[in-house]
Write a protein that binds this ligand. Structure first.
Ligand code: NAP
Length: 322
């Protein structure tokens, strides 16, 4: 079964197999926080390669980000394609349902087998349907039981308001970029008020080399890596934790789930030990790191001004990133 619980319970087995590394701290209790979605289902605070939420979007992003330069994109947002796309995903995952199905972006691309359809000038060809129509098709899937909950990713405030106004299902989750360099306090509060749970992607900011290699975030991708931030190092020393663990704890102490990505055993182990209580004074210190630095902004590539009313798109040309 593909339930979150079932996946989470695999963690202790995994830990046992890599337990040779000394834990960084023995004095702190590592918690196992979980949050309740607006559907009543539970979602863990921390996901990883080993118990990440199975969803169409996750699978696609795994292909986009982990398979280098492979030209894959979601062209399945036409209402007539949504159920078939989920069926494909269920078959791949060998599961009868997913706990959460996310729509990756508000923009659609042309239907067909070309994941990045482009015109003669190299510009992405957009689909003819809207994310509202896609969402309505996703709503129907919840009644089939194939998707227990539905959510969005990379939506702006206005795009979420549009969904709330024109459809009948409040997204259970918004998966979005958030880290100490891009804190988005107002947006987070707004989502919380609407009962939409936030799952942070790229929680470690510019740690992923992908951002230094793409033009999506220009020079800011080269700002100091989170892992080297003196404030985080100092806080980490206080708790016997690494800067990465402090960042993840900050996410969880802010009431959000977080999906750090790692392929290195000791890093995965370290990340799993990141659910501990941070004192308010330390949360306040981390708040000072906000730089409104958004690293994941493919607006120009996707021919769609993403995040139009959110922080971190300053200094762009013609509303585009590069
Ligand atoms: N919805 C979306 O549009 C969207 C966009 C981007 C990403 N995502 C998802 O978000 C997840 C994470 O995103 P991300 O990869 O961009 O960012 P991330 O998790 O913030 O950073 C990943 C980088 O940090 C390193 N790292 C992880 N744990 C570490 C540790 N304990 N110590 C030192 N380095 C550590 C990894 O190294 P190694 O690789 O060497 O292990 C990798 O280079 C992925 O599952 C991805 O699919 C979603």
């Amino acid at each position: 079964m593909a339930s979150l619980t079932a996946r989470a319970t695999r963690t202790p087995m995994f830990r046992a197999s890599i337990s040779s590394r000394q834990p960084l701290s023995r004095s702190l209790t590592t918690r196992a926080t979980s949050y309740k979605l607006n559907t009543g289902a539970k979602i863990p605070q921390l996901g990883s390669e080993y118990f990440k939420i199975p969803s169409l979007r996750e699978r696609l992003s795994a292909r986009v980000y982990d398979v280098e330069k492979e030209k894959l994109w979601c062209d399945d947002y036409h209402p007539d394609d949504v159920e078939r796309a989920l069926d494909d995903s269920l078959r791949d995952l060998d599961t009868p349902y997913v706990d959460l199905l996310l729509v990756h972006y508000p923009c659609t691309s042309k239907r067909g087998s070309d994941r990045f359809p482009r015109d003669a000038d190299g510009r992405m060809i957009l689909g003819e349907t809207t994310y509202v129509e896609t969402w309505r098709a996703m709503e129907k899937l919840t009644s089939t039981g194939k998707a227990k909950a539905i959510g969005v990713s990379n939506f702006s405030k206005d795009e979420i308001e549009t969904l709330l106004r024109e459809t009948s299902t409040v997204p259970a989750v918004h998966q979005m970029e958030a880290h100490p360099y891009l804190q988005q306090k107002d947006f987070n509060e707004c989502l919380r008020a609407k009962g939409i749970h936030v799952v942070q992607f790229s929680p470690l900011g510019n740690m992923n080399d992908f951002y230094r290699q793409t033009g999506w975030s220009k020079q800011i991708a080269h700002m100091m890596r989170i892992i080297d931030q003196p404030i985080l190092k100092d806080i980490g020393q206080k708790y016997g934790k690494s800067p990465v663990q402090v960042v993840l704890a900050w996410c969880i102490n802010s009431g959000r789930s977080v999906i750090p990505k790692s392929v290195v055993d000791w890093q995965i182990e370290e990340n799993l030990e990141a659910d501990f209580e941070l004192q308010l004074e330390d949360m306040a210190q981390i708040a000072t790191l906000d730089a409104q630095a958004r690293f994941n902004d493919p607006s120009l590539d996707y021919e769609w001004r993403l995040y139009s009313d959110l922080e971190g798109i300053h200094g762009t040309m013609r509303g585009k990133t590069h």
